[in-house]
Design a protein around this ligand. Sequence first.
Ligand code: ADP
Ligand code: MG
Length: 342
Amino acid sequence: MPTEFESTVSASENAASEAGRATVLEAHKLVKRYRVGKSTLTALDGVSFDLLAGETHGIVGESGCGKSTLAKLLVGLETPDEGAIELQGKPRGKGRRQFRQSSREIQMVFQDPYTALNPKMTAGDIVREPFEIHPQVVTRSQREARIVELFERVGLPAEARHKYPAEFSGGQRQRIGIARALALDPSVIVCDESVAALDVSIQAQVLNLLNDLKDELGISYVFISHDLSIMRQISDRVSVLYLGRVVETGSVEDVFERPQHPYTRALLEAVPVPDPEVRTAAAPALQGDVPSPLDIPSGCAFRTRCPIATERCATERPELTARPDSQSRGEVACHYPLTKPV
Ligand code: ADP
Ligand code: MG
């Protein structure tokens, strides 16, 4: 039964308050183009996105579909050509001071633990660096203690701060990257393929660490991965990107158990099933490659690989529309959404 208060708020606020959570990050219709020679490449083509407090929102899609571009826009490493980003309800990047403040609130953990850390700096100095950029956050005299605390929080011995990146394993380096991301006490961390370069057993440890931090520190994650099994383990909500557009979004249950976009289903069917008895012969996985973002197909960008595309798909671009079955603001952009379970 909604209370009187809830019945007066808008639908999207209502969804957030149902879960008792505020929206920490919101992106409106982000567009990012790159010049490539004389042509223009559209890396992101109108992506909207939101993240609730304490939530992990997964972004999945094949290589080249715009995941890293989205990450860079969210953390402010690149600026959008169109669209806007709000962090804690405030616009990002308007004016230097606000930008610096908002860049404290959102941090990134990169993919490659072997290149993300400066090899000439000790682990401690790497984690200290954010304090040099934002000196007001922790006073000089308290920094060493804070660094020790951060090392312990990510499961590294305090003594490890005197060593150099080359002296650590890939998993340990990623812990250093996480400690650096935590240094300024952010509310959002963007993980771009942050465990992709690690062995499976180490991946699980780092994912557990990220989950523990979410509970202990109330961090929200944007978690980018091409790996659907990782996505399923770690995400609360998932958005599927194809050639710079969100084609399906919703809870993990909606998207993984009842995918409605043929692309989502094809991605799921492409995941190897360990038991050959379960493997379906009827599921031709994704055909061909993703088309070039220099020449995105008209209408629905997925139509050139879609088994059920019609003429309409070439002329009429499907917009994201609410899934009728969804409990969690699920949406799909397809003229012929699939309704049968996988
Ligand atoms: P993903 O992370 O999903 O693999 P990216 O966001 O890295 O995809 O890239 C999306 C598209 O934008 C790709 O075609 C990529 O080649 C292109 N792209 C990314 N950054 C640049 C850049 N700085 N200049 C030109 N093209 C770029
Ligand atoms: Mg990428």
